[in-house]
Design a protein around this ligand. Structure first.
Ligand code: SF4
Length: 252
């Protein structure tokens, strides 16, 4: 059973395909919590939840009543048909962590269907779960935005850095890329060394860095430091257009 938090047709706001019209499906649930990001979100009950900038797609206890259970593939196809989409539009599967569903039959069918229909799929993933590429080879056709969490996430190292997962995804796919979320204070400390340790294993995989922040003011406060970091290191700066334009992460 899948948990769908929201779906919307917009432009991709960050990473390699920034600006590309994309249909987003945000699935609920994550194997991490990333409380270190310190973003605040008010749950329907009125409780203040602290987590990442998509805490509403992570914390089922606090936000689960807003999630929709998907019991069959047809529901997802029906949702897609409800939009007036150009042919072969990009589809972004995000979360939470979408790959917690990588072996769920409906999810597997959905991926197979999207690939067969000629859609480019991007998984926005924390890169701690690899699909079973041998059993479901069509997962190799997708692009993986590898948002490996750094120590500023507050997660323990062994949980957030999984080289066997990165190896599996990077060796089985074309076009996948790293996407790190950083802020000025973390760049002043140990974050650069953390990024280096990860990317050293994958010299051919592009590195995008974007500013930490769940709202416009935070993005603006962090972006210049991230741009300077990218200039110095030869990384690719990614803005977060959806937050900068709409000042939020929800459904835009
Ligand atoms: S891995 Fe991503 S979605 Fe999951 S808690 Fe961390 S930032 Fe949020």
């Amino acid at each position: 059973m899948l948990q769908l938090v929201e779906h919307f047709y917009s432009i991709q706001g960050e990473g390699k395909y920034m600006g590309v019209p994309s249909l987003f499906f945000r699935f609920g649930g994550c194997n991490l919590t990333c409380t270190g990001f310190g973003c605040h979100e008010r749950a329907p009950s009125g409780t203040e939840v602290i987590g990442c900038d998509t805490a509403y797609a992570v914390d089922r206890k606090a936000f689960g009543e807003l999630w929709q259970e998907i019991e069959e593939l047809q529901t997802l196809i029906w949702i897609m048909n409800g939009y007036r989409l150009p042919p072969h539009v990009d589809v972004v599967l995000t979360g939470g962590e979408p790959l917690i569903y990588a072996n769920e039959p409906i999810f597997v069918e959905f991926i197979e269907h999207l690939i067969a229909q000629g859609h480019r799929i991007t998984f926005e993933t924390n890169a701690t779960i690899a699909p079973d590429f041998a059993k479901y080879p069509f997962y190799k056709e997708a692009v993986y935005a590898l948002s490996v969490k750094l120590s500023n996430s507050g997660e323990p190292y062994d949980k957030r850095v999984r080289f066997e997962v990165l190896d599996a995804i990077i060796t089985n796919t074309n076009g996948s890329f790293f996407k790190f979320t950083v802020d000025e204070p973390s760049l002043m400390s140990h974050i650069e060394a953390e990024i280096d340790e990860i990317i050293a294993h994958y010299p051919l995989t592009p590195v995008y860095c974007m500013p930490l922040g769940g709202d416009k003011s935070h993005i603006e406060a962090n972006c210049e430091a991230v741009i300077e970091f990218c200039k110095r290191r030869g990384f690719i700066y990614s803005d977060r257009l959806h937050i900068r334009i709409w000042d939020q992460n929800h459904g835009v």
